[in-house]
Design a protein around this ligand. Structure first.
Ligand SMILES: C[S@@+](CC[C@H](N)C(=O)[O-])C[C@H]1O[C@@H](n2cnc3c(N)ncnc32)[C@H](O)[C@@H]1O
Length: 289
């Protein structure tokens, strides 16, 4: 990257402008500069005319090159905000999405209604987005949150994220294995909330964005010929793990609402509701054992 101030030192403002020029996006450029310098918003605003170090310039250059090669912004930055938590994210995990913030919110609302103790299970935790949000936002006393994943790589990321959570991390249990098999037997029939954002894209779906396909883990995306294989499994088994009255919350694809509703009815769940995402499309199922 070229440029510099009159005295030869590049300032944050200049680095930002040059990076924005390369990326065609001033916000992304600012986030990269802040990430490279470890600056929060206030530090950023008060440092704009300070000189940057060569190390920072090299970091921003490297991030710019990755972004221009098509890598998603979140992986380039290496972290992303989800509700109240800042999550480390890389190619081992799905990038947490805004609709999943809603799903986590529903799980938190359900668990909050319980007076003395609450057990939440987040199946396919990935970066730990849902599980960590539950632990962070629910009362420290009486809360246990399980996060499971079949991917050991993903669990390493979730573990690193949990370590940064502070006191609430003591309430998180992370476990490896396929869906409910990761859980200890003594939880059977004792779980208050099962929440999951499982893979729900049909193999061969040609609507999947090219950057998602190229960069995000396929085990986190695809689920059988109709996208419903994992949802079917979770719906079938969740009944045995929920306590009577316990709640199942699932994210699904925007065209799967009717199939998921039917599936939940067929398995005897009650209070079945299909809820919309921020764009108003069917996205989240709520059901009670
Ligand atoms: C759509 S991602 C969701 C990640 C995270 N919960 C989120 O919302 O950002 C689905 C997750 O399910 C995990 N997964 C896929 N198949 C699984 C299985 N059979 N058992 C457990 N987890 C599985 C993937 O590794 C991935 O982390």
């Amino acid at each position: 990257m070229s440029g510099g101030s009159a005295d030869g030192h590049l300032t944050w403002r200049q680095l930002w402008a040059e990076t924005a020029d390369h990326l065609g996006d001033a916000n992304e450029a600012r986030w990269m500069c802040q990430e490279a310098g470890g600056l929060d918003s206030i530090e950023w605003a008060t440092s704009l005319d300070d000189a940057v170090t060569e190390r920072v310039v090299a970091r921003v250059d490297a991030m710019t090159a990755r972004r221009r090669a098509g890598e998603p912004l979140q992986y380039v930055l290496g972290s992303w905000a989800f509700r109240t938590v800042e999550l480390m994210v890389d190619r081992r995990v799905l990038i947490p999405r805004p609709e999943t913030e809603l799903l986590a919110g529903y799980a938190i609302d359900e668990a909050r209604r319980l007076a003395s103790r609450r057990v939440v299970v987040d199946l396919g935790t990935g970066s730990g987005a849902i599980a960590l949000s539950c632990a962070a936002e629910l009362s420290i006393e009486g809360t246990t949150v399980w996060g499971t994943d079949a991917s050991h790589d993903a669990l390493e990321v979730a573990r690193a994220n949990a370590a940064g959570l502070g006191r609430a991390a003591a309430n998180i249990r992370l476990a490896a294995g396929p869906w409910f098999e990761a859980l200890p037997e003594d939880l059977r029939g004792d779980v208050d909330v099962v929440v999951s954002n499982p893979p729900y894209i049909a193999h061969g779906d040609d609507e999947v964005a090219a950057d998602v396909l190229a960069w995000e883990p396929h085990d986190a995306l695809f689920s059988g010929d109709d996208g419903l294989a994992d949802i079917r499994h979770i719906v079938e088994h969740a009944r045995h793990w929920l306590r009577p009255g316990g709640v199942l919350l699932l994210e699904f694809g925007h065209r799967q609402g009717e199939s998921v509703r039917q599936l939940l009815h067929n398995h005897g769940y009650r209070d079945v509701e299909i809820r919309p995402d921020l764009a108003g499309r069917d996205r989240i199922a709520h059901a009670r054992r």
